[in-house]
Design a protein around this ligand. Sequence first.
Ligand code: PLP
Length: 284
Amino acid sequence: SIVYLNGEFLPAEQAHVPVLDRGFLFGDGVYEVVPAYGGRLLRLEQHLARLEQSLAGIRMSPPLEREAWARILEELIRRNDGDTDISVYLQVTRGVAPKRDHAFPAEVRPTVFAMTSPIPPVPARVLEEGVAAITLDDIRWSYCNIKAITLLPNVLLRQQAVDSGAAEAILIRDGHAIEGSASNLFVVLEGVIVTPPLGPQLLPGITRDLVLELCARHGLPHREAAITEAELRGAREIWVTSSTKEVVPVTRLDGQPVGDGSPGPVWRNVIGLYQDHKAALREG
Ligand code: PLP
């Protein structure tokens, strides 16, 4: 595949980053994942706005204007079989420093990297049966609203879920369900769609935002409110959302069925609206 690195488009095998890059040594950088359907980027403006927020959160200035980002991502899609469904991963690190030192180097140029990956279709089995999730303590840091490349806690949490036969870990902090290891969380409580409010404990997901917008547009009762662990366990429906997996119904939580143990009617409604939104984007 063709990737983008610091101003150049080149084959992935030929793209190299020096070992003194602070992304490699410290995880000192931020990233985005933007899905594209039929060559059209979904919510690019929102992704770039979040990227700017993440950069500001680690005290970096944006290396590129939004129009420049758009041109690079569109070119990358064109060069990588862009008519299929693909996601663009983009990453900005603080750059290559003269030596390993925690404090920011005086003069450093950011390393800017982007690549594409195919988005596999959501397996029929997931849509029919949903997935299993487990709850785990949220061991992450205090700035989960920054989309930092420093993902070791998320990696360990997701692996723990996979080891126990689950697709996702739902993270619990101070008695509240926050989000997944790589997804946002929705539950249905007494007919109302509920997702935790934005703040430093969770990522402001672009899919979360789109789902809320679709709920508002179609008059589905919804609310941004804290979700207690007891509410999570008693919810009729649980979903997790992300750009590449969309809206996934969780039908088993810690080995217990969620609701009647199959994907619920509210999810069915929302995934239909989500698919319609994607189809409209594809058709321009
Ligand atoms: N929360 C976390 C921790 C994530 O890593 C992700 C995405 O990978 C999300 C939420 C979902 O965000 P988005 O819908 O923007 O993909």
